[in-house]
Design a protein around this ligand. Structure first.
Ligand code: NAP
Length: 532
């Protein structure tokens, strides 16, 4: 028995979907748990990303919890793809309904956590000066929650307003009559630009690299379709769970080359009408065959050419990389926005944005007068939210050193040398390639089950073996190497952060094999772990 007893069984960092579910699960298991979040409320990414147009690109009937039949029956999603305010209301509802807030400390950031090897517990320090000792340290800090903002010369000279999509203020920002400059053309910019353009005097979009933007084809959900899913929500979820990404979408298990050219086009047209990420389901080799991918990219070019009136702008908006290599963006009227007189696409792929000035910014040697500048510049994805915390495991090893050449995990859930620490729905697991909410429940349950097992057996320490971790790393790499996604720069491989090791961070081998592996590990008495 350890000499020093923990204050609580577990500390959870983050009160988004994953943190909330894990808190619920651990409470159900009789564990005394505290959760901390730097935000003023629940919601994680949905708390911070309040920019105009913020919306999920997984269908709302699927991007929601399934652990409670009552919950999924009583909540009525309005739209096919839920908006940020609707998702935040939902998460708030969940927190209230299951009385979760009483264990959450808001406005508090975890700054450091050190494993106490003598007592098998974590010593966790908050920015408020509190120290909490917990047997288990559970990271549910999200994959896209460490915002990055490039620095430009002269930033403090600019006299106008400055915003960042990922840290958007709670109050409505009024763009009426203003000249707005937005840096970046990823999903956040793509969702917000069409709405800002409707309000602003002029919108300048500074684009370094274009993205493929699938029309979301968002719409209100009819009572009939909601009722149909709810008539057998369990069955609907089970079907999704058995699929490659843990959510259902029209997917054709057929190569592009199995169809004659006119039928290929018809298939792509159909998927365009369906909209959103399902576009990738048009053929099963879009991300595997360069030839299939090139044909889809050509189709894309023709679509952009049809929509965008100015051929030069259409050209600039057309990516020259593999289709779907970066995460696809789902937008509404994005390409159409460039036909507006008050929108200018500025190509900054040459000299880039050179500096901020008193009245705006200088880009590609031209001065732009602006009233507002918005950074839509993304995240230190997957690892950033973990490595921003000073975490020290056994023998003084820090997470920053351990992951200096890329993340190393066993099942994504653990990293060897950091006993009793779990990192949920992030690197090394399907996370961003499946639905995060289903991932939250699966990981929350896995950890809850593991803690119950350890309690039943009188164990106080679990650590992945070096060998099991090396084998899982190899599997993560093997799965990624088959995908064209390895071949372009994106946050999936960390290339949007200078100096970051290039590693495909999530597990792309598919949801079913991942679940099978997690289940087998447990069935074999936590194979690959050292328990004591
Ligand atoms: P992002 O996709 O990483 O886009 C960042 C943008 O900023 C890129 O266009 C990048 O250009 C640009 N940029 C960065 N530094 C720059 C610089 N110094 N000068 C000019 N441009 C610069 O970030 P995001 O839009 O926030 O989206 C990140 C991810 O969050 C998405 O892929 C998605 O998974 C998730 N997300 C989802 C939704 C949704 O639809 N549900 C909405 C928002 C976000 P380069 O490409 O040239 O580097």
């Amino acid at each position: 028995m350890s000499a020093v007893q923990p204050d609580v069984d577990a500390v959870i960092v983050g009160a988004g979907f994953t943190g909330l579910y894990t808190l619920y699960r651990l409470r159900k298991g009789g564990f005394n748990t505290r959760c901390f979040d730097a935000a003023g409320g629940v919601g994680g990414t949905w708390y911070w990303n309040r920019y105009p147009g913020a919306r999920c690109d997984i269908e709302s009937m699927q991007y929601s919890f399934q652990f409670s039949e009552e919950l999924q029956q009583e909540w009525r999603w309005k739209e096919r793809y839920a908006s940020q305010p609707e998702i935040l209301s939902y998460i708030e509802h969940v927190a209230e309904r299951f009385d979760l807030k009483r264990d959450i400390t808001f406005d508090t950031r975890i700054e450091a956590a050190t494993f106490d090897e003598d007592n098998d517990l974590w010593v966790i320090e908050t920015n408020g000066g509190e120290t909490v000792r917990a047997r288990f340290f559970i990271m549910s800090v999200g994959c896209l929650s460490a915002p990055i903002r490039p620095t430009f010369e002269g930033e403090s000279d600019f006299k106008g307003e400055v915003y960042q999509t990922s840290l958007w203020p709670k109050k409505k920002v009024d763009f009426t009559g203003k000249r707005v400059g937005m840096i970046g053309t990823g999903s956040s910019a793509i969702q917000s630009a069409p709405l800002i353009a409707q309000e602003a005097e002029h919108l300048y979009l500074y684009q370094r690299t274009p993205n493929f933007v699938v029309p979301a084809q968002n719409r209100y959900l009819s009572d009939e379709e909601v009722a149909e899913i709810k008539s057998d929500y369990k069955g609907f979820r089970a079907k999704a769970y058995s699929g490659l990404t843990a959510f259902l979408f029209p997917r054709h298990d057929q190569s592009l080359f199995d169809l004659p050219p006119d039928e290929r086009r018809a298939r792509l047209d159909d998927q365009w009408e369906i909209g959103g990420l399902p576009f990738l389901g048009a053929f099963n080799d879009i991300l595997l065959s360069e030839g299939a991918n090139a044909e889809v990219a050509r189709y894309w070019r023709s679509r952009i050419d049809e929509i965008v009136e100015d051929p030069k702008i259409a050209d600039l908006l057309t990516p020259d990389e593999f289709f779907g290599c970066k995460r696809l963006c789902a937008g509404t009227d994005y390409y159409e926005t460039f036909n507006r007189d008050n929108v200018t696409l500025v190509d900054v792929s040459g000299k880039g944005i050179q500096r901020f000035t008193e009245n705006g910014l200088l880009a590609e040697d031209l001065d732009y007068d602006l009233d507002v500048i918005i950074y839509a510049t993304g995240f230190d994805a997957m690892t950033g939210s973990v490595t921003r915390i000073a975490i020290t495991g056994t023998n003084g090893l820090t997470i920053q050193d351990k992951w200096a050449d890329g993340p190393h995990t066993y099942l994504g859930l653990t990293t060897s040398g950091f006993p009793n620490m779990f990192n949920l729905v992030s690197v090394g697991s399907p996370s961003v390639l499946a639905t995060m909410v289903t991932g939250a429940e699966q990981h929350g349950d896995w950890v809850g089950d593991c803690m119950e097992y350890m309690r039943d057996k009188g164990l106080s320490r679990i650590d992945a073996t070096v060998q099991a971790e090396a084998d899982w790393d190899a599997e993560v790499t093997r799965a990624a190497s088959a995908s064209l996604r390895m071949q372009c720069d994106s946050w999936y491989v960390g290339s949007n952060v200078e100096g970051k090791a290039r590693v495909f961070a999530p597990y792309i081998g598919g949801w079913p094999p991942y679940i099978q592996k997690c289940t087998e590990v447990v069935a074999n008495g936590y194979e690959g772990f050292e328990l004591r």
